[in-house]
Write a protein that binds this ligand. Structure first.
Ligand code: TRP
Length: 326
């Protein structure tokens, strides 16, 4: 199993309660590779010092969230040159037409109209290289990345059709578990860093977390009771989702707990539960960030283990396409 995350922003509660908190379970079930897709991140202009800092912080957060580097391969994409090398080869087996149809390319070029660069366009070929280098069976991704896994399958199939079985054809793995957390300020939108007031970041101070929960939008229905009804009461239902995920309680138990109480009390209790949920992660992240030598040892050994597997695939590909060995 393999997945990548871009170091393009701060992790938030939606990332954590969605996919991330389930990754530690996957480590026990599969042979897992997780990496920070920093080469993908530079398709959009970044502040260099910020990008470096975010990459290291994200690595520390992954470990703090339970991705034990002893039990999975944790690395940084740019530390394994085979990604760029296979990415180039796959560029030559990816069609202009199919890249033009990618919805993410259309969205991102609309948002960054002053920087529609070639990297943004060939992004899916690099992502295909990420996946195919490791002969991954499963790629856990959010719904927005499904199309990129599809094109990866097409590219791999095309290559195999010409040269024989070089690549394993991967499957997207869209987890059924994992909550879809909405913005606290606008419960009809997904929680996202682009709306910081409705978004709780993993590294946020407890008082800021509490403030965001106290200001969370509840619903203007007349019954004013805590009841799970996503269509009629999106605000309260979202808070119930969060509370359920943070405490392991069922919706019925939550309804009973808050019977006869107001929304104000409810929001405060949910906020407190989230503060307690995030506290150990934040503290562990801070501890790890203070230990740069340890983090370096993690990404170095991760890159070494990843490169060993990646270079085997790359070597095979170079040979198949007819590049003269050095
Ligand atoms: N494109 C993915 C995203 O933005 C990140 C990514 C890069 C990735 N390479 C990958 C995900 C390979 C899975 C597999 O979320």
């Amino acid at each position: 199993m393999l997945s990548g995350i871009q170091p393009s922003g701060q992790l938030h509660l939606g990332n954590y309660l969605g996919p991330l908190c389930h990754w530690p379970e996957m480590i026990d079930m599969f042979d897992c590779y997780f990496f920070l897709a920093d080469l993908h991140t530079i398709t959009v202009r970044q502040e260099p010092a910020e990008l470096r800092k975010r990459t290291l912080t994200l690595l520390a957060q992954y470990i703090a969230c339970g991705l034990d580097p002893e039990k999975c391969v944790l690395f940084i994409q740019s530390h394994v040159p085979a990604h760029s090398q296979l990415g180039w080869v796959l560029d030559c087996y990816t069609m202009f037409g199919e890249l033009s149809r990618m919805t993410q390319f259309k969205d991102k070029s609309a948002k960054n109209s002053d920087n529609i660069n070639a990297g943004l366009f060939t992004y899916p070929a690099l992502m295909a290289a990420d996946i195919l280098l490791y002969q991954a069976d499963l790629v856990p991704v959010g719904d927005d990345q499904r199309q990129h896994v599809e094109i990866c399958r097409d590219i791999a199939g095309r290559f195999n059709g010409i040269y024989g079985n070089v690549f394993k054809i991967p499957e997207p793995y869209i987890a059924k578990i994992g909550a879809r957390i909405m913005s606290l300020g606008a419960p009809s939108c997904k929680m996202s860093k682009s709306q910081p007031e409705g978004c709780v970041f993993l590294m946020e101070k407890p008082e800021d977390v509490m403030r965001k929960f106290k200001r969370a939008v509840t619903d203007s229905d007349t019954e004013r009771c805590v009841r799970y009804a996503p269509a009629e009461k999106p605000g309260v239902s979202n808070l119930m989702q969060i509370y359920a995920a943070a405490t392991g309680r069922s919706f019925e138990a939550i309804e009973t707990e808050f019977a006869g109480k107001g929304y104000g009390d409810f929001k405060k209790v949910v906020g407190e539960a989230v503060v307690e949920l995030l506290r150990p992660i934040r503290e562990e992240t801070e501890r790890l960030l203070a230990d740069k030598a340890y983090l370096e040892s993690v990404y170095r050994s991760g890159a070494e283990r990843a490169a060993y597997v990646a270079n085997r695939t790359l070597g095979k590909v170079y040979k198949k396409v007819g590049l003269l060995p050095r």
